[in-house]
Design a protein around this ligand. Sequence first.
Ligand code: MN
Length: 415
Amino acid sequence: MTNSNCWIPIAENSDFSIHNIPFGIFSDSDTTKRIGIAIGDQILDLAKVAETGIFDDLNIDKTVFTNEFLNPFIDLGKAKTNAVRQKIQKELTDANSILKEGTHFLLAQKEATMHLPIFIRDYTDFYSSIEHATNVGVMFRGPENALMPNWKHLPVGYHGRASSITISGHDVRRPMGQTMPPDAEKPVYGPSKRVDFELETGFVVGKNTQLGETVNISDAEDYIFGKVLLNDWSARDVQKWEYIPLGPFLAKSFASHISPWVVTMEALAPFRIEGPKQEPEVLPYLVFEGAKNYDINLEVAIEPENASETVISRSNFKYMYWNMAQQLAHHTMNGCNVHVGDLMGSGTISGKSEDSYGSMLELTWGGKKSVVLNDGSERKFINDNDTVIMRGHAVKDSIRVGFGEVRAKILPAKG
Ligand code: MN
């Protein structure tokens, strides 16, 4: 199976190849929200495809395709969702496909409006890149105490805010916050002066657990439906003042953005690779057997108002110290239940080199230096009317699977 077998033209560098088939929720001008898949620069309307009867042997209730979220579809289970994906691949590479009859199954992505693909009941964000955790630790506590004693023994995380997660393309206002300026005696209230992004991916839980149930690490991948790009916006000045002793709060909850297409774990399977060796050895409930990580190229760009973008960081998901299965096994080991559609953020994904750091905090080393953009302007953090764009894709043996992008503009504070 190659892109050239597909009867829809697919550009060579398209993230949405025949190997991908990611799921999303879209609408066009006169119809309601429903499920589509991205293929090349088109969207295949699964609600209309389902009406042809090609999924009938899977015994799927067709209303899942017209739901405003992917949750009921994901809840069908991987056997069915992947069968749908494979049937789509078969139809799109079949010269005699029923889907070639008429044009109403397809629409251009630029003609569609994308919507939040999942109802996210709970959102957890981890802190699983050793490069990121070390950089932040060095800045805040010095090189001797960079990693806290627990860091290599458990995937550190916090429970985030699901209500303020939105998708690519929605602007966000610079948050107001309480901060303690350097050398000040009293805290002040005002717009955050240090709005930052965090380059992350998120995984979408694909299977419910009951309260009290734990997910064994060897089964954990059955509970992961797919992945999105995630920008975990962070107000660093607010964070610095508020985080002691309970961790992130309002510095994080003002907004998080995800990419609109959920890329399935089946589509990402060809890109599995070994992860960093974990030393010291982790506890048995966290021991993962097999290729632990995924080779996914990631990049961040800043696009100032009325200027072209500058790529300011290139990183990779393969650097993660803790993987998704370990995060989920840890998350549930106390009996905490998870639901279909829950979102789990990876934590900021930084690489080893200075041009692969996943936040302005690290790229400018806490604001001590500047990032220079193509238009000559400099940034320590994100300015008003800057758009931050994140992209991600994997390539192997001419197979490309990508996420598209997540973009969002920072508007001036309300004041
Ligand atoms: Mn984060």
